[in-house]
Write a protein that binds this ligand. Sequence first.
Ligand code: SF4
Length: 409
Amino acid sequence: MSFVAAFNSLPVPLLVQKSLAAGAAAVRGSLARRGLSLTDFAHLISPAAAESLEILSRRSHQMTQQRFGKVIRLFAPLYLSNECINNCQYCGFSRDNPILRVTLSLDEVKREARALKEQGFRNVLLVAGEHPKFVSAAYLENCVRALHDEIPGVSLEVGPLETADYRPLVAAGADGLVVYQETYDRGVYAQMHTAGPKRNFDWRLETPERAYAAGFRRLGISPLYGLADWRYEAISVAAHAAYLLRNCWKAQLTISLPRLRPCAGEFQPLMPMSDRDLAQLVCAFRLMFPDAGLVLSTREPSKLRDGLIPLGVTLMSAGSHTEPGGYTGAGREKLHQTVRGRIVEPDAPAPSKLNGEGASEWAPQPNRATNATGQFDIADARPPGEVAELIRKLGYEPVWKDWDAALTA
Ligand code: SF4
């Protein structure tokens, strides 16, 4: 049975109700148990458990140190392309957004990777929009192969593929696959994804299983917090994680905690999640999944990131750019602007102006040399060295290289 079938029979609304109704005794009971159930997890993310955040934090901190030591693994996203055939309302790369787009050549990808390597990174996440013409499986395979000798840890966050298309990527040296479900609420998912293959909720939900069958040994999952009720999302992703741990047990699992950020299209969060909710969720994930990697990206501001390190985070990005060519300016000379998926002259007036609307800060500026448009605004803009220094100051070791190698070194 795939996770789709398991998910369809999961009483998520009931678990959310249990979470909202949980009292202090239910929270204490769940904290006392070993091997937590989904109901226990619902208790840990309850308003009642928020009153005991200090206890949750202490437990989570201790458990993280026991399992991972005092280590934070660093990685950087490397954006290959911001072309996309999907319309996802919350994403800057959405097909209908009039932005500057580019797909990097292999040489340009290598240039970007070298810049990251010089900053210290040995773990890179290759990210691309979904566009079979520009970002084909063969293109991805060539990118992975081109980087593998220099960068020991190459993972992918790209449009979902068939198992057979994943296999050459694994053979070329990719070891991890990250796929955000974006939202586990089918109704909200349908509203958010108005065009393109991403409209298929089930196909996306089964992606980690296809990736595992192809040989990926690191799987990353998450919703994008801010689209639907965060407790609904958290319970769903916890069920997904539990399923993958049972059925894809040879893989190391990571759970990310991304919250929506400003981007082209100016989408606003539908159901915001507070900083305190985020901290509580980090602790709840750690207590439920002692061995799962917890990922915090530069979507979050520096102060909050620093504060969440001791709670249970194990992987962080640093110095990130969310546009192709962001680290070196690679690809700048081939930028093109698209309007509703069609290429137009790059120095044409911004479409927002053509429509008589106010000028968008994301629209290309006429005659201005610039990089491609980013997927979203980052909040922590500190250079990687500064983040590493802060991690050291907190008593942790920043690790740039491959996770398994770091553990056995
Ligand atoms: S979220 Fe992914 S699929 Fe959707 S528009 Fe952005 S890059 Fe494309």
